[in-house]
Design a protein around this ligand. Structure first.
Ligand SMILES: *[C@@H]1O[C@H](CO)[C@@H](O)[C@H](O)[C@H]1NC(C)=O
Ligand SMILES: *[C@@H]1O[C@H](CO)[C@@H](O)[C@H](O)[C@H]1NC(C)=O
Ligand SMILES: *[C@@H]1O[C@H](CO)[C@@H](O)[C@H](O)[C@H]1NC(C)=O
Ligand SMILES: *[C@@H]1O[C@H](CO)[C@@H](O)[C@H](O)[C@H]1NC(C)=O
Ligand SMILES: *[C@@H]1O[C@H](CO)[C@@H](O)[C@H](O)[C@H]1NC(C)=O
Ligand SMILES: *[C@@H]1O[C@H](CO)[C@@H](O)[C@H](O)[C@H]1NC(C)=O
Ligand SMILES: *[C@@H]1O[C@H](CO)[C@@H](O)[C@H](O)[C@H]1NC(C)=O
Ligand SMILES: *[C@@H]1O[C@H](CO)[C@@H](O)[C@H](O)[C@H]1NC(C)=O
Length: 396
């Protein structure tokens, strides 16, 4: 009975009254996923190595919810990358369903493509690709989205693609794809001000990254609360840049220490001019790094695996993406699976078994889900843009 309590509370909408219900990694056989693509947010189950689409989809005509962010247990934020809207949906964890309509929607900068929470999830940052800005939303009260600031990036042509909270919980890094820059924003005292920026030369186009906090990274000058590294994949140049993170009185200072191709030497793209690397994911061992290669001109695109070794990146191996345009990837909560999303080609969703010791992905996926299951948009294949596992309530 005790084990059912969280479910009963959640069903009654009371779970948020008990914020300390412990959560754990999903070690059972059934996982819950949230997937999105053009006009759709789709809950999925992943069970017995099979993707199973829930009937409870959320259809949003004319909306492209290409990024989702869950404030547990029941608030699901979504972008619309075609308009100025950021939306909030109700998420029912027990029924594994998203409300049919947004419960709140508000306009900020145009074309937001990713979202990030601050540490206590009272602020939500939206990276506006179209507007070249980072929007800061007050989400401190439920069902409420209030724009408190829009941080304009410095250069014309800026396209903010992602903002990422650092391990200290105070700083965000911002990747500016069109401005070829990386910025640091300081959230202290709710100011959200740009305090430094770094050029990424040769039109490299930083897109998505990850802070890394590696205990085995030699003698870092950083205080323990800062990251040791920042790794970012660049869409235009198809490079992975690795920065060492130092400290200037507690403020992160980035120094470029490595710069490698997103392709291993043996796997050049057929069409380097169109290639556009997409996602970067780091495992919690702070060592395995996965990067998606898109529009390579090969029959399928690929996912490269790098190992962080002190202050350099070593290409380890790669697997086929099993489709084309792998836009987004994420690890399962227990990190035994990498989920990936191909916007085009045969297979839309892909689940790879990840070896917990070597970090390598099995070439033969655990499961795929065909793109023909997703409705065409303007006669074109419109596969998934986003996939993440939803953490489960503890069953203790
Ligand atoms: C969940 O998995 C991660 C990654 O393997 C691990 O670091 C963490 O300790 C696990 N948490 C629980 C509650 O088991
Ligand atoms: C979404 O749900 C509706 C109603 O159940 C269904 O008709 C439609 O096919 C579903 N769409 C997708 C893409 O699954
Ligand atoms: C956002 O802007 C659009 C276009 O001007 C408008 O139609 C819509 O009502 C606005 N939404 C909100 C929530 O204000
Ligand atoms: C949409 O965002 C742009 C800047 O990114 C702004 O100029 C415009 O006024 C916004 N429109 C609405 C309806 O909020
Ligand atoms: C990374 O290497 C490429 C290829 O040598 C070079 O063109 C680019 O300028 C380098 N990027 C940075 C940020 O140094
Ligand atoms: C780290 O610091 C220790 C103690 O100061 C020193 O003995 C060691 O050589 C240093 N290691 C590196 C990789 O700099
Ligand atoms: C892509 O095709 C090129 C030849 O055009 C080949 O050299 C390369 O190995 C292929 N990449 C992969 C990942 O198979
Ligand atoms: C999907 O791939 C096909 C075949 O390569 C191509 O013709 C089509 O333009 C692609 N669609 C999109 C939306 O990229």
């Amino acid at each position: 009975m005790v084990g059912l309590l969280p479910y009963i509370l959640a069903a009654l909408g009371l779970a948020s009254a008990f914020p300390l219900i412990p959560r754990q990694n999903n070690t059972g056989t059934e996982r819950k996923l949230l997937v999105s693509t053009n006009n759709l947010i789709l809950p999925f189950y992943f069970k017995d190595n099979t993707f199973i689409q829930s009937q409870a989809n959320t259809t949003l005509p004319q909306v492209t919810p290409s990024w989702l962010a869950l404030k547990e247990p029941n608030l699901l934020y979504a972008v619309d990358e075609n308009t100025n809207a950021t939306m909030l949906f109700n998420f029912d964890e027990v029924a594994h369903a998203v409300s049919k309509e947004p419960v709140a929607s508000a306009n900020g900068s145009v074309g937001t493509v990713s979202l990030a929470f601050n540490q206590d999830k009272t602020r939500l940052l939206g990276a506006s690709y179209g507007g070249g800005a980072v929007d800061v939303w007050d989400i401190s009260s439920d069902h409420h989205l209030k724009l408190i600031k829009s941080v304009a990036l410095e250069v014309p042509g800026s396209n903010a693609h992602q903002a990422l909270l650092d391990p200290s919980g105070r700083f965000f890094v911002v990747n500016d794809l069109g401005g070829h820059k990386i910025y640091i924003i300081d959230s202290k005292d709710d100011k959200y001000e740009i305090i430094s920026s770094y050029d990424t030369p040769d039109q490299t186009g930083p897109r998505h990254g990850a802070w890394i906090k590696s205990a085995g990274a030699g003698n870092s000058s950083s205080p323990s609360d800062l990251a040791t590294h920042y790794a970012v994949v660049c869409e235009v140049g198809n490079r992975v840049l690795l920065y060492k993170v130092g400290s200037d009185n507690g403020i992160p200072v980035l120094t470029l220490v490595d710069n490698v191709s997103t392709f291993g030497d043996a796997f050049p793209p057929t069409t380097p001019e169109s290639a556009a690397a997409g996602e970067l994911v780091v495992a919690s061992n702070q060592k395995d790094i996965y990067v998606s290669n898109r529009i390579t001109g090969n029959e399928t695109d690929s996912i490269s695996h790098f190992a962080l070794e002190d202050y350099s990146l070593r290409f380890v191996d790669q697997v086929s993406s099993m489709g084309t345009k792998p836009r987004m990837m994420s690890l399962s909560a227990d990190e035994s699976i990498l989920f990936s999303s191909n916007q085009n080609g045969t297979n839309g969703l892909v689940a790879y078994k990840r070896c917990q010791s070597s970090g390598s992905l099995d070439e033969e996926p655990l499961a795929v889900y065909d793109n023909s299951n997703f409705p065409l948009v303007d006669g074109q294949v419109a596969g998934p843009m986003f996939v993440m596992e939803v953490p489960v309530l503890s069953k203790q």
